[in-house]
Design a protein around this ligand. Structure first.
Ligand code: SAM
Ligand code: SF4
Length: 333
């Protein structure tokens, strides 16, 4: 596919990676992500699958080579596989990788169809393997389905990366076992610091666990050696001598990784957020639904490159409003 004007922002960063939310809805209610009574968007505001597809193609035409479907929970959107299959047909034709981030509850059903559509890697979020803690953290009793989903993904030939939010006093003590288990299953694991995005029912700071402390804890169990970042993403990686596999650390609060940012995010309503931690956005839905969608989209994408900020300014403090009022599930985490 031709790539007339690759997306490059005003800090000379090439934007080659799109995180595309297909829904803000979810079948879990992770306590650090959303309140129990989360208000989801009316369906009328959400892009149709056909609109999402057209948007994705517009990005690919501007040099985006990797698309990650996310949400909310991408696999709760009805007919999402139609979109996956349509995008899968673009692999090798401008698109190099199609992947998704999922909570895993539906993966047992979708793993094989995802593989058949051309998906080769998935990120599965798993914060604990303790059924009671899982039910407490997600407010739903679904650990067995998630573990079944992860096993199905492996059996289907998908490479799995486990994403774990590090939570003080909750899964903190379990993290070394989670690493051991993931690595034994053949999966790398990435740890994430909880980020102040959107209101939740409790105080996030009560469970905020800085990853440098987690690394110190892990070093009492494993021999860790730093490895260079091969993905251009926000994670810093170490190799575990005992298992041969990797642990990633995503530390938006303790470590700034914005200089190499290669991504933008689009919400399920077609709002492009230029930065996960910022408010800068352009309305791609309006562009898509205008009289001249192609021209309007091109202008909107240029505008997004102009406004993409140099870096995020996350901070987490007791009693303070979240740094970003929108939830991760809305932005497409
Ligand atoms: N529902 C899917 C899932 O859980 O994998 C995809 C969307 S979810 C918003 C994507 C990732 O964001 C998950 O790994 C989740 O743990 C993480 N996440 C959600 N809220 C977060 C927050 N406030 N801080 C850090 N990570 C968060
Ligand atoms: Fe749902 Fe993912 Fe948020 Fe958990 S983290 S509530 S699974 S969107």
């Amino acid at each position: 596919m031709s790539c007339a004007t690759p997306l490059t922002d005003s800090f000379d960063r090439r934007i080659s990676y799109l995180r595309l939310s297909v829904t803000d809805r979810c079948d879990l209610r992770c306590a650090y992500c959303m309140p129990e009574r989360m208000q989801f968007l009316p369906k009328s505001e959400v892009l149709t699958l056909e609109e999402i597809y057209r948007l994705a193609l517009a990005f690919v035409a501007r040099g985006v080579a990797k698309i990650r479907l996310t949400g909310g929970e991408p696999l709760v959107r009805r007919d999402v596989m139609d979109l996956v299959r349509a995008l899968g047909r673009k692999l090798g034709d401008g698109l190099e990788e199609l992947t998704l981030t999922t909570n895993g509850t539906q993966l047992a059903e979708y793993a094989q169809p995802l593989f058949d559509a051309g998906v080769r890697r998935v990120n599965v979020s798993l914060d604990t393997r303790d059924p009671d803690l899982f039910a407490q953290l997600t407010r739903r009793d679904r650990l067995a389905q998630v573990l079944e989903g992860i096993a199905a993904a492996k059996a289907a030939g998908l490479r799995v990366k486990i994403n774990t939010v590090a939570l003080k006093g909750l899964n903190e003590a379990e993290i070394p076992q989670l690493v051991e288990w993931s690595h034994a299953q053949g999966h790398d694991l990435t740890l994430i610091e909880v980020m102040p995005m959107g209101d939740v029912d409790g105080e996030r700071i009560d469970h905020y666990l800085p990853l440098p402390a987690v690394r110190d804890q892990l070093e009492q169990h494993f021999a860790l050696s730093d490895i260079g970042d091969s993905t251009g993403g926000p994670a810093r990686y170490v190799r575990v001598a005992e298992t041969g596999r990797r642990i990633g650390f995503i530390s938006p609060l303790t470590n700034n990784f914005c200089a190499t940012c290669n991504r933008v995010r689009v919400t399920a309503t077609g709002q492009l957020y230029a930065c996960l931690g910022g408010a800068e956005k352009v309305d791609l839905r309006a562009a898509l639904r205008s009289d001249q969608p192609e021209a309007a989209l091109a202008t909107a994408l240029d505008e997004a490159m102009r406004i993409k900020p140099e870096r995020h300014h996350f901070a987490i403090a007791r009693g303070a409003a979240p740094a970003q009022p929108r939830h991760m599930s809305v932005t497409g985490g």
